[in-house]
Design a protein around this ligand. Structure first.
Ligand code: IYR
Length: 254
């Protein structure tokens, strides 16, 4: 399809009402991915099937991982939408064994306190089907540990908006990219996480959001025998119709 206009939209030619937002800003054409209509469903299904095989893995092999896969995953994460496009994220990639050892030691110290006293009985009961405990060997075994930070207001950074939502979306894309590359991941959230700033030399305005060990799953790795909710438990349509049979020409919004 030819590119129509590269210049800014001129308010006098296109009325305000036809625009989705204030026209007094610079614009450019939407980048197009060029998905043929007849391929759309197949591509969408293939992505769904790929993502269905993603599981949180806790047993990692020490088999090396190409750094380019990590780099591409971070670049993919950094395409996420964010509040006011402030992109309030930072991804610290740890591969050095000594630093991973320090991460593990500090995380295990927090986790011992969590499992022995900090966690409520209700929380521990919720974790029961996962079989987790204070031990975090994966912080050393996984070839890479990506520590994701939210970036708040500081000497070099503005006040972000919707920081958690923005960084959460970015982490979703990070996990999807790593999974596409055949890698296993774990979203690990020791709490509190302030000590990560010291170990990783990050300034106070950066707040750790999640720790993501990355590597190949160990040969004998297992995952908890738990399932995902059925689609009808998570997908609600205005008229209760199951999504797949909804006629796309019917309007959702009324
Ligand atoms: N952070 C602890 C406990 C834990 C909490 C949740 I919520 C999980 O989904 C899994 C574990 C730990 O990492 O063991």
């Amino acid at each position: 399809m030819p590119v129509r206009s590269t210049g800014p939209v001129v308010p006098s030619r296109v009325g305000w009402s036809e625009l989705t937002c204030n026209p007094r800003h610079r614009v450019r054409p939407v980048p197009r991915q060029q998905v043929q209509a007849e391929q759309a469903l197949a591509r969408s299904r293939a992505f769904l099937e790929a993502m269905r095989t993603r599981r949180t893995v806790r047993d990692f092999s020490d088999r090396p991982v190409s750094y380019e896969l990590i780099r591409n995953a971070v670049a993919t994460a950094a395409t996420a939408p964010s509040g006011a496009n402030l992109q309030p994220w930072r991804f610290v990639v740890v591969a050095d064994p000594q630093r991973k050892r320090r991460l593990r030691a500090a995380a295990e110290q927090e986790e011992r306190a969590f499992y022995s006293s900090r966690a409520s009985a209700e929380w521990l009961a919720a974790l029961e089907p996962l079989g987790t405990d204070w031990r975090k060997p994966f912080l050393e075994t996984a070839p890479y540990v990506i520590v994701v930070f939210e970036v708040h207001k500081g000497p070099r950074s503005p006040r972000p908006y919707y920081a958690k939502e923005s960084v959460g979306i970015a982490v979703g894309l990070l996990l999807a990219s790593l999974h596409q590359a055949g890698l296993a991941t774990l979203t690990h959230t020791p709490s509190p996480m302030r000590w990560l700033n010291e170990i990783l030399d990050r300034p106070a305005e950066e707040r750790a959001f999640v720790v993501v060990p990355v590597g190949y799953a160990a040969e004998d790795a297992t995952v908890p025998d738990i399932g995902r909710k059925r689609l009808d438990e998570v997908l609600i349509l205005p008229d209760g119709t199951e999504g797949a049979v909804l006629d796309v020409r019917r309007s959702w919004s009324g």
